[in-house]
Design a protein around this ligand. Structure first.
Ligand code: FE2
Ligand code: FE2
Length: 290
């Protein structure tokens, strides 16, 4: 890794295996419910040190509110990323301007509120940064070059942060894997989000970067990408405008487990997980906000 090995005693003292869980688009109340239900178990089962979660679909399927940001933190999420729906709920803007643990796409306009990377310091010492970018193929809104935006973020992230994760929020598989190859060996993880469908291509690239094209959504899978099947089908079959309400059933948490050597920043283990909720969202009491 470009950031190299620690040279001082203090850095050597905290050399350890850092276990990360990267979670994709968390959709509405079902997605929040399965997080609240499953994260404590996963932390214990996998000895997790840092949980990164894309929350662009948290509020009723689009955007994130202040209140829900606080809930994600209470559920145990350490770093939050957003995507093309980042500003759908403008209540999130003061959080983006103040909080250090949430990132909106780094290739948004320069004047956009918030910043494109965030850092978490683990209790054990190692720090983890996450950068998020939007792809440019088949995506709205128009954005700057994601490669350059990542380069800029890498130059801004303090040098003592050796574990860097990129969330590529993009439609095109080609753009995601291209970003993976380009930054192989310079970051610890590149994980894709936005398409809401898990892909089966997780691997560690030759220079030590863990990669997956899409971790899949966390939410209701008896759906079309988290929305009610009947609504989406009506829209597709008739061309009518139909509200795409969030679906409710077959709730799953999908994520990517990655172990990273904190001294080198290289990934040493990668594993895709999918956990079914053991209750329905109506039993959950995970109330409030859509
Ligand atoms: Fe998205
Ligand atoms: Fe999404």
């Amino acid at each position: 890794m470009v950031r190299g090995h620690p040279t001082d005693a203090a850095a050597r003292k905290i050399c350890m295996q850092v276990n990360l869980l990267c979670i994709g688009d968390t959709v509405g109340r079902p997605g929040r419910f399965v997080l609240s239900q499953m994260l404590p178990k996963l932390v214990e089962q996998y000895d997790l040190h840092c949980i990164i979660c894309n929350a662009e679909n948290a509020a009723g399927g689009s955007g994130l509110t202040h209140q829900l940001y606080e809930k994600f933190r209470r559920y145990g999420v350490h770093l939050i990323t957003l995507g093309d729906h980042a500003f759908r709920r403008q209540e999130i803007i003061p959080v983006l301007e103040r909080a250090q643990d949430i990132a909106r796409p780094a290739n948004f306009a320069q004047a956009a509120p918030g910043k494109g990377w965030a850092v978490h310091e683990t209790r054990q010492g190692p720090k983890i940064a996450v950068i998020t970018v939007l792809g440019r193929l088949y995506m709205k809104p128009p954005t700057d070059c994601p490669f350059l935006a990542i380069e800029k973020a890498l130059s801004q992230i303090p040098q003592d942060v050796r574990i860097i994760v990129i969330d590529v929020h993009a439609e095109a598989t080609s753009e995601k894997i291209a970003i993976g190859w380009h930054f192989d060996g310079r970051v610890s993880v590149v994980f894709g989000t936005h398409t809401h469908i898990p892909t089966a291509d997780e691997r560690i690239l030759p220079n030590g970067t863990a990669y997956i094209t899409d971790v899949g959504m966390t939410g209701p899978y008896d759906s079309v990408l988290g929305r009610r099947k009947d609504r989406v089908l009506k829209a597709l079959l008739t061309g009518l405008h139909v509200p795409f309400d969030v679906a409710t059933d077959d709730i799953r948490l999908c994520g990517l487990l990655v172990s990273v050597d904190s001294a080198t920043g290289r990934a040493t283990h990668i594993e895709r997980i999918q956990v079914n909720s053991d209750a329905s969202v109506s039993d959950s009491g995970a109330a409030g906000d859509d």
